[in-house]
Write a protein that binds this ligand. Structure first.
Ligand code: HEM
Length: 637
């Protein structure tokens, strides 16, 4: 017995000693960077901290005085190092550093954690590096190009119209008021985002159903489609990535976990069936040129992302086989050959990339729509501002009401709705879906800084903007904090203010009329009333690397345009047909008297919505903690 106690004490002592040594080693390495340091004597990515910190979070939030947790960037400046017992974390909200890090994809690679989570169903764009990444990107990015915009627009419009119908018909007021008082607005938007992907990515149209907590659930073992399974994995991604399927399927597990376990078990077969179906169903061959042309529609044009992906990959494989017949160095179906020059995707990579469209495209777009609708309900002046533009587009073709007033097609409508796009930019500025762009280094890297840095806070003076460099010792985890970049008061005027109009510029008639209006970052989107989205670097003076909702550099989001088209179509449909405002609940009464001033209660309800947007945290992407508390009243216009 005493031997066990002595043994355990010795192991604990050795472990604690090793942690101290790691901490000292990391501290010395971090000190050489000359940046402010924060020392945490544990491993924030470790199992023990993960288990202990989660349940303690609400308690710490309550007991710590507000003064003990001021925004760290105010105290330390835009770049600092967190010294830990495992890897040092270099955290930056410096535009020049961010720009340099994102430009160098070979020096700064995605960390292992991203790879394990996103590689759940096979290698893909997000999990790969170097030549493998370049090969996949060449095939995957064209599958998301301008060619799909019309389909995204049409499907988003249809889904949003159905959401409006559902919201307006779910009247709950006893007076028969034709308004819907609902807590399902945010979940309703999530349903749109997944349904658009079902149609555009996988070619599986889905009728709109307003999600409801009380809806009957299928048995855990009931049939599921590929898209059902993939949506479930995306919703519960961390469980899917880290909890073994056999444990998820145990009868004692909660319903959602069991269903997830079944989904994981069935996905390989569901994926094979989907791909077989795709190959059997398509008799025409799409060339790379067709796809790259994007806007050129041909009768053989694919209208889904999966079709493009499979065709481009199969085509590359066929070409290679023709050129390289009999080459025995090829590993069957691996997508790589001995020389490493293959251009096609392996079956595993096709499966992985199909998953990544949902994993990368669903939560990001859904949460951005959720924040936007909540903010418009809290800011009626901005709702009216957006509606003025939508009305100009809707009524351009004549009269009508409700659903009869259809938005024109993508090509006609999208360029005329810059305010809707400005709304998206402003929402993503304040609530970036990806709050931390994570990278890691395995060799020391030198990068430029926007300003001179010093550990002494008195030297942190922006006016003294001499350019210098820092060297990041390796190995190191690198975090670019987009939220802090977007909230920097030295870069943005009234940084904390929600002001979509900051993105709009009036142009004089005749200028830029020859522009094609289809710039991929939306910066040329032009309205009939001669308003355009500003170039944030040139006009707002935001330095390169200062606005990164879709990242930048070679690994920037290939779904950027798709998400913009979807966002604008949904917002224009919802707010073309409806007004929304917060539901006034008992909790919004100020003083509670019967003669309570309605406007004051409405103000309190709006503030409650704003508080809900602030009460958010990055789960998979940034999301409100209590989306069902966003209770909105929708009324037809
Ligand atoms: C509002 C919507 C969206 C936002 C804010 C967003 C944001 C981002 C960001 C910040 C990255 C880079 C992450 C990094 O560098 O670590 C990224 C990558 C990616 N996104 Fe998006 N995204 C959105 C929508 C979409 C959509 C709709 C799709 C596709 C259907 C998509 C597919 C991808 C893919 C495949 C990557 C990986 C690119 C690579 O590593 O080469 N995204 N996205």
């Amino acid at each position: 017995m005493s031997l066990i106690i002595v043994g355990s004490a010795l192991v604990s002592f050795l472990w604690a000693g090793s942690q101290v040594l790691f901490l000292v080693r990391n501290y010395n390495a971090a000190k050489s960077m000359g940046l402010p340091l924060v020392v945490v004597p544990y491993d924030p990515d470790g199992f023990i901290f993960g288990v202990v910190s989660e349940p303690l979070k609400p308690l710490l939030r309550r007991i710590l005085p507000a003064s003990a947790r001021p925004p760290i960037y105010e105290r330390l400046g835009p770049a600092f190092v967190i010294v830990t017992t495992s890897l040092n974390r270099f955290v930056t909200a410096d535009p020049a550093m961010a720009n340099a890090i994102l430009a160098r994809r070979r020096d700064f690679v995605h960390p292992d954690v991203t790879t394990s989570v996103m590689g759940l169903l096979g290698h893909n764009l997000v999990t790969s590096v170097d030549d493998s990444w370049a090969r996949q990107r060449r095939i995957v990015a064209p599958a998301l190009n301008e060619r799909i915009s019309s389909g995204v627009w049409a499907e988003s419009k249809e889904q949003a119209n159905e959401l409006v119908d559902a919201l307006l018909s779910s009247t709950t007021t006893a007076t028969g008021d034709p308004s819907a008082s609902t807590k399902e607005s945010i979940t309703g938007l999530r349903a749109i985002a997944i349904n658009v992907l079902k149609r555009v990515a996988y070619g599986r149209p889905a009728p709109y159903v307003l999600p409801s907590e009380s809806a009957a659930k299928p048995a855990p073992h009931a049939d599921m489609t590929y898209v059902d399974a993939i949506s479930l994995c995306t919703e519960l991604l961390l469980f899917a990535a880290f909890v073994p399927g056999a444990i998820l399927r145990l009868p004692i597990m909660p319903y959602s976990m069991r269903r997830l376990g079944i989904a994981l078990e069935r996905l390989p077969k569901l994926t094979n069936d989907l791909l077989d179906n795709e190959r059997r169903g398509s008799g025409t061959t799409l060339t790379k040129k067709d796809v790259n042309l994007g806007s050129v529609a041909t009768p053989a044009a694919p209208d889904t992302i999966i079709r493009t992906l499979v065709r481009l990959s199969d085509e590359a494989k066929e070409q290679e086989n023709n050129c390289d017949q009999g080459n025995q160095t090829k590993e069957p179906d691996s997508g790589t050959v001995g020389s490493g020059k293959s251009q096609y995707l392996s079956e595993d990579e096709i499966a992985g990339n199909l998953f990544i469209f949902t994993a990368a495209g669903f939560d990001t777009t859904a949460n951005t729509l959720g924040f936007a609708v909540t903010l418009l309900a809290a800011h009626p002046q901005w709702q009216a501002w957006v509606q003025a533009e939508i009305d100009a587009v809707l009524y351009a073709g004549g009269g009508g009401t409700g659903k009869e007033l259809q938005l024109p097609d993508y090509a006609e409508a999208f360029p005329r709705l810059p305010r809707c796009l400005a709304l998206m930019f402003e929402v993503l500025r304040l609530f970036p879906a990806v709050t931390m762009l994570m990278r890691s280094t395995s060799t020391p890297q030198t990068i430029p800084c926007s300003r001179a840095y010093s550990t002494s806070s008195s030297d942190n003076d922006d006016d003294n903007a001499e350019l210098s460099t820092i060297t990041i010792p390796a190995p190191c985890a690198v975090y670019i904090n987009t939220m802090a970049l977007h909230a920097s008061s030295s870069a943005w005027d009234d940084a904390s203010e929600f002001n979509p109009a900051r993105w709009i510029q009036r142009i004089s008639t005749g200028s830029n009329d020859d522009d094609d209006g289809s710039d991929n970052d939306g910066s040329r989107v032009k309205a009939v009333n001669e308003e355009v989205i500003v170039d944030h670097s040139a006009v707002l003076g935001i330095p390169r690397g200062g606005f990164l909702p879709w990242s930048s550099g070679p690994r920037k989001c290939p779904g950027q345009k798709m998400s913009q088209v979807e966002f604008v179509a949904v917002i224009a449909t919802l707010f073309g047909r409806c007004n929304t405002e917060p539901e006034i609940t008992g909790g919004d009464a100020l003083g509670g008297g019967a003669e309570e001033d309605m406007e004051k209660r409405m103000q309190a309800a709006r503030q409650r919505l704003l508080d809900l947007t602030q009460d958010s945290q990055p789960l998979f992407t940034l999301a409100m903690n209590n989306p069902r508390d966003v209770r909105l009243r929708w009324t037809p216009r």
